[in-house]
Design a protein around this ligand. Sequence first.
Ligand SMILES: *Cc1c(COP(=O)(O)O)cnc(C)c1O
Length: 428
Amino acid sequence: MKKRPFVTLEKLQEITAQYPTPFHLYDEKGIRENARALLEAFSWNRGFKEFFAVKATPNPFLISILREYGCGCDCSSMTELEMAKAVGCRKGDVMFSSNDTPAEEFAYADRIGGIINLDDITHIPFVEEALGRIPETISCRYNPGGLFRISNDIMDNSGDAKYGMTTEQIFEAFRILKAKGARNFGIHAFLASNTVTNEYYPMLAKVMFELAVKLEKETGGHITFINLSGGIGIPYSPDQDPNDIHAIGEGVRKVYEEVLVPAGMGDVAIYTELGRFMMGPYGCLVTKAIHEKHTHKEYIGVDACAVNLMRPAMYGAYHHITVMGKEKQVCDHLYDVTGSLCENNDKFAIDRYLPKIDMGDLLVIHDTGAHGFAMGYNYNGKLKSSEILLKEDGSFRLIRRAETAKDYFATFDCFPDVYKKLLEDEPV
Ligand SMILES: *Cc1c(COP(=O)(O)O)cnc(C)c1O
């Protein structure tokens, strides 16, 4: 499928006149349409709820848009919990799917009405001590081990993943939790990431629904929700077809009717914790070409770097690039598109055919709406960019300012002499 930016060159010129590149730009219209489509696809399930994976795009303004569609938050750390509370999450709106969790985070999650999703059986006494009790509603994360396959494709190696409890442990955990007063149980599993197939969720649902029936029968723990977690992917590459969320919803419904309904469990709520699917395509990184270099290869240097988008450097991930205003030109120039880090993996594209790029051209790096800005870091003393929302009416709004040197130096305030000198050249 041909990939088109959600923003025009004219609009970008208007935005860059006000805010310097690089920045992440988000598409309000796309976010809203997609959220509506997800709700519709699962409208057959009365208790359906999406808990947006905050780690994918931790911006309160964007999460507030999803809140309008009834989405809660899936959190995995203290600051994510604080953000969920700040956007108005109340009892039942927060899923705390953490791992290796400090005691005070369990306590805080519980205090704000979050549902604790236990990553391990040993977390039962740990949570009991942190909270002084076991919550009435609690969830257990499952890891079946082995390879997770869809027909002949290996989706992921669960046996190698640090998350979740074994089959034996989850049965034992249910028994212990029940004895300690838990009344409403949930189960959760995340077995494959960025799946671009309509089959992943239905396959996962079958594993989870069959487990749920057995768990309830053998332990008497009443299951009220099944959390299919994240993992629905997006087509980063133009030769991939996007997932059809309606087909996915229908696929899950079919398994629900085959497995849960006959077992008398037709009231179980389906929960999701999607991140990438909710935001990925509705964000892009806007950057400007500032250098060209002709050595053993042809290089285009841009003003963004891996601290703005780590996925290419970290996973060799493909992100499509559009040279704005040159969409109709032939891609007959072979480039490496690089950032400025002193790291040779700081490349947004390697051996990519693009139209001839001139200095000052604006490049749109696609699909950075999830796990983009969020994975940012400060290596080489680089500062994080701003985030801007392109609204439905075509206007735009800053939803996170760019980091300044002052922000970067702020934690040296324990060292007043140096701190003062560091700020000498900074605007106050
Ligand atoms: C990362 C994560 C998600 C979201 O994953 P996506 O690939 O963005 O859908 C959901 N749940 C948990 C527990 C996660 O760690």
